[in-house]
Unconditional design. Structure first.
Length: 463
């Protein structure tokens, strides 16, 4: 049997009509190759069953299933499927090739990435997840080696072998030997428990990746996998603000919210997370992909940065141009505010990354028109943090005025676990939040604690 007809044995240089150029990744079930089509001379990626695994095996069925899922997806941030080839001896996926590096290899060269680059990568990943989730597909295996970074600062999400289709009754078997089924560090709590995850599980995994990219540490790692699983379920990670100097508060809150233990405490969906990341990216001085390219240049993967390349400033398919337009609109508003006497500038000065933290500055931000009202009673007492901003310390008489919608409340006490609540307010509605904190040992009085600590400078950080 000629090599063109045989399966992909370890020494074969052809696979079907493709000339293998290099082996990119080996697993116990599948291998990844870079190859060239004999006639078209187009370079592609092949994901093929390893030698000895027949197309009749259950693993081959999982690869067929992955191909079927990929045919439903068409998005610039997801690796595109060109073809699915099956013979009596083997089967393989044919996918687009690009000038890229797996994110885990990038992380080996750089202990951390800049906050602007992490925000840019995360924004693109939320767009990829949003597209997949809109088709009922949950990735379930989001981790650095399943993310490609392109030379132009884009991303490609790969490896849907563990993905579930919410329209189908059964989940696939693990395939490829590199899925989160064998590596719990990026699993959500519900995955650790063996429950059926929904789209918010992918957001938890994305939060873990962002945490690692920013701090250089996985948030729940422990010497033993069992201990890691327990930490994912029960322990809060070290606050990012203590690990990453000058981390934007908005990005810190975004990562923290994505990694909440209970799915209902996370973002509603990928689009919701993308909206929060839009705010972070809008505050960056560079275009979305430029910040990523700058990091690739810093670690020696890109020789030079050429801002004249159109792709670098080209917006992402959905929503990436919005932050730029919002930034321009913000400038116009500022100019109008100056003309009107600077009143609006005083309001803008209370934006969320202001480190002042005083009650007076917060009142401007927390007194919108058409407000709802939140009253907080905490026993014995607590610092009240609303949407990442320190509002006051109980007891206080006046209700907190908040805009209608969903708000995320944290009650902090130096001798008790942090209590978290989600409150949905309607216009004119009064909501009472009555919480008893589990104080573990005698603690200083509220006034003494404030004198020692002042308003929390880590207000946007969950403990």
């Amino acid at each position: 049997m000629s090599s063109e007809e045989s399966g992909p044995n370890e020494d074969a240089r052809t696979l079907g009509r493709y000339q293998i150029l290099e082996t990119l990744r080996r697993g116990p079930i599948t291998n990844w190759y870079r190859a060239e089509h004999d006639d078209l001379k187009r370079t592609v990626l092949l994901k093929a069953l390893r030698s000895g695994i027949l197309p009749s095996s259950p693993f081959a069925g999982a690869l067929r299933r992955e191909a079927a899922l990929l045919t439903e997806l068409a998005h610039p941030t997801i690796l595109h499927l060109y073809d699915f080839v099956e013979s009596e001896e083997t089967l393989f996926l044919v996918m687009e090739d690009d000038d890229f590096w797996p994110l885990d290899q990038v992380m080996k060269r750089a202990a951390t990435l800049s906050p602007s680059a992490v925000a840019a990568l995360a924004l693109q990943l939320t767009r990829a997840l949003e597209h997949a989730h809109s088709h009922g597909i949950i990735h379930r295996d989001l981790q650095p080696n399943n993310i490609f970074i392109t030379r132009l600062g884009g991303i490609k999400l790969i490896n849907f072998s563990a993905a579930t289709d919410q329209r189908l009754p059964t989940a696939p078997e693990a395939l490829g030997g590199d899925s989160a089924f064998g590596l719990p560090s990026y699993m959500s709590p519900e995955q650790v428990l063996g429950e059926t995850p929904d789209a918010r599980s992918d957001l938890f995994s994305l939060g873990v990746i962002c945490y690692e990219l920013l701090s250089g540490k996985r948030p729940f790692d422990a010497p033993e996998a069992k201990t890691t699983s327990q930490r994912i379920r029960h322990d809060a990670p070290a606050p990012l603000g203590r690990l990453v100097p000058k981390l934007p508060a908005a990005l810190e809150r975004c990562v923290d919210r994505a990694m909440q233990k209970v799915p209902s405490d996370r973002f509603i969906d990928a689009a919701d997370m993308a909206t929060s990341l839009d705010v972070v990216v809008a505050e960056s001085s560079s275009a979305v992909r430029n910040s990523v390219v700058a990091e690739l240049h810093r670690i020696g993967l890109v020789d030079e940065i050429r801002p004249s390349l159109g792709t670098l400033t080209q917006p992402l398919p959905k929503g990436e141009g919005e932050p730029v337009r919002r930034a321009a609109l913000g400038l116009v508003i500022c100019l109008l505010a100056i003309a009107l006497g600077g009143v609006a500038l005083e309001v803008l000065a209370t934006r969320e990354n202001d480190s002042g933290g005083g009650r007076k500055s917060q009142e401007l931000l927390l007194r919108p028109e058409n407000a709802g009202f939140l009253r907080v009673v905490a026993e014995p007492w607590a610092h009240v943090i609303v949407d990442g901003q320190h509002v006051d310390t109980t007891p206080f008489a006046q209700p907190v005025s908040l805009s209608p919608g969903t708000h995320y409340i944290r009650l902090e006490h130096p001798a008790a676990p942090t209590e978290r609540r989600t409150v949905v307010l309607r216009q004119g509605e009064n909501v009472l939040l009555d919480v008893t904190l589990l104080v573990e040992y005698p603690a200083p009085k509220a006034s003494e604690d404030l004198l020692l600590q002042g308003p929390s400078t880590d207000a946007a950080v969950s403990p």
